[in-house]
Write a new protein. Structure first.
Length: 335
């Protein structure tokens, strides 16, 4: 994909375009240069011309961790940069499905011939099914049909004439009640599985509420949570499962209250995570629980804490040094 490329016959006389080969990122001379530092601008160039882009303008499959690794950034730095381009409406993403969509890419990278459109069809089949893929389909269809009749016919042959239909927004009250009841039963199963206990053995104190209380107490400037809906509960239970897994691997005893007090205390050391870094493009945005409990972010916070503690432990083989101020209790003495 180029930055941006259009057919010469349709190119505006007021615009200038340059072609950039995708393989540039893998060129040995390029890779010897000082690397791109984490920023919104650097990420944007990567998204429109990086090695993960495909033949369909603006639509490709990639995950956060994979892109961060390709850029040689940590995931947290990638997330901050991605939030910049996301706020500007320059890109859309479904990271659960690992789908990236740049809506305006097709405007600057129109197909050179109907055969190019035909080749897009096979690539489109490889994109995971999700709502974002449906949005991309509709935009691509309208844009390609606008280029010319032959292009539109090629699109219909390759992609099929049937468009994706959104699920109906309304349903009878009885169906809504049945769906809500099914959701409730499903989340009860999820909670049991994630906590590793049977439904009859559920702890009397709600572990999600314990997590939430620690979050509010340690991070008062972050967005407050008043309702633990099924989606939030599932996210917290998944975070609890990860916490228990890490504790087991490190040989620590997992105590829900102590762990989350220390985890959010660790988060509070970073101005952005504790909600003190303003967003100039979206003053209303606040740091929130969902961001801090994301799997990759939790892993990053725990990795830094563990690495710091391991570093102190390697400084001497005699009696261990006093812990660094602020070291979580659950890391002190871990060898």
């Amino acid at each position: 994909m180029g930055i941006p490329i259009e057919n010469a016959e349709r190119r505006s006389t007021k615009s200038r375009y340059r072609k950039v080969e995708v393989k540039t990122c893998g060129d040995k001379k390029f890779r010897r240069l000082s690397r791109l530092q984490p920023s919104g601008q650097a990420l944007w160039l990567f998204l429109i011309a990086g090695p993960m882009t495909g033949p369909i303008p603006g639509l490709f499959r990639a995950g956060r961790a994979a892109m961060a690794e390709e850029l040689d950034w940590d995931v947290e730095a990638f997330d901050k940069a991605f939030e910049e381009v996301l706020r500007e409406g320059m890109v859309k993403a479904d990271f659960k499905s690992r789908v990236i969509w740049i809506p305006n890419a097709i405007k600057h990278n129109q197909p050179e011939s109907p055969n190019v459109v035909v080749n897009w069809g096979n690539e489109f089949e490889l994109i995971p099914e999700c709502d974002l893929k449906k949005q991309a389909f509709e935009t691509l269809k309208a844009s390609v049909h606008a280029v010319g009749k032959a292009f539109g016919e090629a699109f219909d042959r390759s992609f099929g004439k049937a468009s994706f239909k959104p699920s109906p927004k309304a349903m009878p009250n009885q169906e809504q009640e049945q769906e809500q009841e099914q959701d409730k039963e499903e989340y009860e199963k999820v909670e049991s599985n994630l906590l590793g206990v049977a439904s009859s053995e559920q702890p009397k104190s709600d572990p999600c509420q314990i997590v939430l209380d620690a979050y509010h107490r340690l991070l008062p400037k972050c967005e407050r949570v008043s309702v633990i809906n099924p989606k939030r509960r599932k996210r917290m239970l998944e975070a609890i499962k990860l916490a228990k897994k890490v504790c087991m691997e490190q040989g620590w005893k997992y105590v829900v209250g102590e762990f989350w007090e220390d985890y959010f205390a660790e988060c509070a050391k970073d101005p952005w995570m504790r909600g003190e870094t303003p967003n100039p493009n979206n003053p209303r945005w606040k740091q929130n629980l969902e961001v801090l409990l994301a799997e990759d972010r939790m892993a990053g916070v725990l990795d830094r804490a563990i690495a710091r503690e391991r570093g102190y432990a390697r400084e001497t083989t005699a009696s261990p040094p006093a812990p660094h101020p602020g070291t979580p209790d659950w890391l002190i003495g871990v060898q």
